[in-house]
Design a protein. Structure first.
Lengths: 244, 256
């Protein structure tokens, strides 16, 4: 892990219909680091990563990704920044009118503007092999199981070789064994592609396996930060309750 | 100040619609036009609607003839049936009925499809990947509607004339050659041209409303149904409004 900060958030604020969801959020993610964010539902975890990806506009504070203030970027600069970021959605968000192959080709052709068919084929095969889905290349997303969809979502995220990956509850709705497989895959991808990640999860085994650092969020603020082991032994009853 | 919120909401909605409208036009001319997706949408919107448009046009022709033939027969004016059918179908009934059918079939399907993509975060996924969802999803669908609805209307008009001929042949025994000669010779560019122009606007309204309703639907499965329903109602109302405006313009410019 390096000291270079890829994400730097200071005093981030966001509210919906007058209700504050994020209040004074501060977060740093260093290059090659996996940061896991734990918290009860509705505390603003997903809102934080959607602000990082530029899907939501924060109401206040500073949000820098690769040293650039996301809120001040124009359309083209934001697009260029997004090319360096990946986002794995909770439901994988696969394009259901396209096959697995077309899902993978979509960002290659439209974002990276790759025209060479051989390169496209090679990249598709490489990521599918990495997530163990080589046989599913011509299937439709509706033919894939929950775990396969998550793997496929991860493959589509990885195909553009992002430097940061934002995971929104990557193991939600999966059985214990598949959850563990996805968590191991996240770790494997971090090592293989040297990515930095922010992982939003409720899944404690996933957090234990993947986290270099854990943050606990409550009522729109980060209330604790440390390694998994440190927070597990915290003196605060509320913090310990996440690890039971 | 409880009364100020709905007004503020309405203003915000108008602003949102204006932004979406601007976004659509800006993206037509942006680099990386989605030709393949445009042709796919033309096939889905156009080719897959030919059956229902053909049936509707055919039945309209028959019904119009059956309804008017007895009265014209009483005045000994059976020979006017082909002209009456062709003028009323080409000028007004064909474009409006086909546009309403397409508002039901196409706008609802676009609204539901994009609404469902919104709910399942597929549009967000496209945006966050750096791709342009408006260019891929909206521009292609709206342009496909603008291209295909005039073609579907012309096709339905032709089917209506065939239906009209069958009904006329059965009721007054007119030959095909006489029927079609009379039906076509009475039409001039002032009948055809404004009708085709009108269908371009109908196509835009249907595609744009369907895309807007789907693209801006709320999260949740109920929103998909609401987006589809709202797309049909709004597109149908716009078809009627556009028709009223075009008839006024046509009457004052072309027929005066």
């Amino acid at each position: 892990m390096e000291d270079e900060k890829v994400i730097e958030i200071r005093g981030l604020k966001k509210s919906f219909n007058g209700k504050a969801v994020l209040e004074d959020v501060n977060l740093d993610v260093r290059k090659g680091e996996n940061v896991v964010v734990l918290g009860k539902s509705g505390t603003g975890k997903s809102v934080t990563i959607k602000c990082i990806a530029g899907l939501l506009q924060p109401d206040g504070g500073s949000l820098k990704v690769f040293g650039e203030e996301v809120t001040e970027l124009d359309e083209d600069a934001l697009k260029a920044l997004r090319c360096r970021m990946g986002f794995l959605f909770q439901g994988a968000a696969l394009y259901d009118s396209m096959t697995v192959r077309e899902n993978l080709e979509f960002p290659l052709k439209r974002v990276l503007q790759i025209k060479d068919k051989e390169e496209i084929r090679q990249r598709c095969e490489e990521v599918l092999e990495a997530v163990g889905l080589t046989d599913a290349i011509d299937k439709m997303p509706s033919d894939l199981s929950g775990g396969m969809r998550k793997r496929m979502g991860l493959a589509r995220t990885l195909i553009v070789r992002p430097e940061i990956i934002l995971y929104d509850e990557p193991t939600t709705g999966l059985d214990t064994i598949t959850s563990r497989e996805i968590s191991e895959l996240i770790l494997e991808m971090q090592k293989k592609y040297k990515t930095s990640s922010v992982i939003i999860t409720h899944d404690i085994p996933c957090a234990k396996l993947t986290a270099d650092r854990v943050l606990i969020m409550n009522e729109g603020k980060y209330i604790a930060e440390g390694t998994y082991e440190e927070l597990e032994k915290s003196e605060d009853e509320f913090i310990r309750s996440f690890f039971k | 100040m409880p009364n100020q919120m709905p007004f503020a909401d309405k203003l915000s909605k108008i602003g949102e619609q204006a932004y979406f409208f601007r976004s659509f036009f800006r993206n037509i001319f942006k680099r990386g036009f989605e030709w393949e997706e445009l042709f796919r949408q033309c096939y889905i919107i156009g080719f897959r609607s030919t059956g229902i448009c053909a049936l509707t046009g055919f039945i309209l022709g028959i019904v119009l003839t059956i309804q008017s033939a007895p009265t014209l027969k009483d005045f000994g004016a059976e020979s006017y049936i082909p002209g009456m059918v062709s003028v009323s179908i080409v000028r007004e009934i064909g474009p409006v009925i086909i546009a309403l059918i397409c508002a039901g079939k196409v706008a609802s399907s676009i609204g539901a499809e994009l609404g469902s993509m919104n709910v399942t975060e597929q549009i967000d996924a496209m945006e966050v990947s750096g791709a342009n969802p408006v260019q891929f999803l909206v521009v292609t669908r709206v342009l496909a509607c603008i291209f295909m609805i005039p073609l579907l209307t012309i096709f339905a008009d032709a089917m209506a004339l065939i239906g009209g001929y069958l009904a006329t042949a059965l009721s007054v025994g007119m030959s095909a050659q006489l029927y079609f000669t009379k039906a076509v010779s009475i039409l001039d560019y002032t009948d055809v041209f404004p009708a085709v122009i009108k269908t371009l606007f109908f196509g835009f309204a249907i595609g744009f409303v369907g895309c807007y309703k789907g693209f801006t639907s709320n999260k949740g499965t109920e929103s998909v149904g609401l987006a589809a329903n709202s797309a049909v109602v709004t597109a149908s109302v716009w078809v009627i409004i556009i028709d009223a405006i075009v008839v006024q313009i046509t009457n004052s410019v072309v027929y005066n």
